[in-house]
Write a protein that binds this ligand. Sequence first.
Ligand code: ARG
Length: 405
Amino acid sequence: MEKVILAYSGGINTTLAIHWLRHYRNLEVVTYAANLGFGEYFESLGERALAAGASGAHVDNLKNRFVKNYVLPSFKAGARYGSGYLLSSALSRPLIVERLVKLARETSANYIAHGCTGKGNDQLRFEASIAALAPDLQVIAPVREWPYRTPEERLTYARRNNIKIPNPDKHKRSVDGNLWGISIEAPCLEDLASPPPEDLFFITREPARAPAKPVHLKIAFKRGTPMALDGKEMDLPELVEALNQIGGRYGVGRVDVVEDRAVGIKTREVYEVPGATILYTAHQALQDIVLTRQMREFQAAVAMRYGQLIYDGFWFSPLREAFDAFVDVSQRQITGTVDVEVIPGACRVIGRESPYSLYDRRMASYTADDTFPHAAASGFAQIWSMEARLEAGRAKKSRKDSHSS
Ligand code: ARG
C-alpha cells in the first residue's frame, strides 16, 4: 500500500481525513502534528490519530525552530499584510511543509495531504511550499474533494464510521495558533456589524478589564533581534512568551480586520498578537532613529512586499532570499533599547536610544543650542523649488494657448 503523510491538527477535518484517505484512497496514513507553542492537546494527538486509523503518528515540538527560522526574518523585515495581519499562521505553513517533506522522504511516502479548504490561503501555502521543496510529491486535499460541506454532514460521517472527534466549541471556531499569534475564524464574525464576543479570545483580556496602572518595559535589540527584557537576556521564544503574558493582560494586540484572501474573497479575521504587537512597535521606533530616510522608506516597501510574499505562500523563493539579504544590511545598526509603556488596549514608545542613532539634538533643536546651517537652506530651497517653478510657467503658457485656440 502506498503511503501518505497527513498534516494533522486533531480537529474534525483532519481526523476524518485519516479515515477518508485510508478507505477512499486506499492509502496508509501517517500523521504529522507540529507544536508551535499554542494548544494543549499535543500529548494526546498521536493516540487520537492512531485511533482514527493512522498507521503511524508523529508529534514534534517546533517552537524554537519556528521562531528562529521563520518568525525572526519576517519580524526583522517588519513584514505585515493588509490592515495589520502579522502573518502568524502564514509563517507556520512553510515550516510544517519542511517537516512533512522530511518525513515523506524518510518513510518513502509519495503523497502529502492537508486539511485545508478550497477557499483559504493555507492550501496555497502548503502546495507552493511542497512544489518548491519536493515537486515530485503528490498533494491530496480531502476537504476539497469529499462531499461533506456542513458540520452536520461531517458529524454523520464520523458517527457512521465510529470515529471519535473533538467536540466543537460554543462558537464553532476555526483556530490556528502558535507562539507568535492566534487566528480565529467563527460564524459569529461573518456579520460585519457585530463585534467579536468577549469569550472568542484566548490570550488577550478585554481592554476595559485591564489593569488601570500602566506598566513600563525596556526592550533591547541587537541587529534587529530582540535580546532582552528589562535588562534580562532571553532567547526569543521566551521573550515573546513574556510579552504575550503582559500584553495579553492589558488587551494589547487584538486585530479585527476584513482581509483580502488570495483566492479573491474578503473575509473577517480576528487575531491575537500581544507580544508581536509590542515588538513591532518597539522595533519601528528604533529603526526611526537609526535608518537613513532612504533606507527607512525602502525598508517600509520591503516590509509590505515581504508580507505579501509570506501571505501568498512563496516563502521558498529566490525573492525571499533577496529580501533577507536586504534586511541583513538594513538591520546592521538596529541595536539599542526602547522603552514601551503598556496601557489598556495599547502600547506606546516613551523612550529610545541607540549607539547608531542619527538623531542629532543640536541639529533638531530650536533653542540656543541649534547648530543647523540656516543660511545655506535658502539656496537649497531655491533649487528644490526649480521643478515647481518651471512647471508653473509651462501651465500658464498652456492655459493661454487653450484660450486662444
Ligand atoms: N486568514 C489567515 C491567513 O490566511 C488565517 C488562517 C488561519 N487558518 C485557520 N485554519 N484558521 O493566514
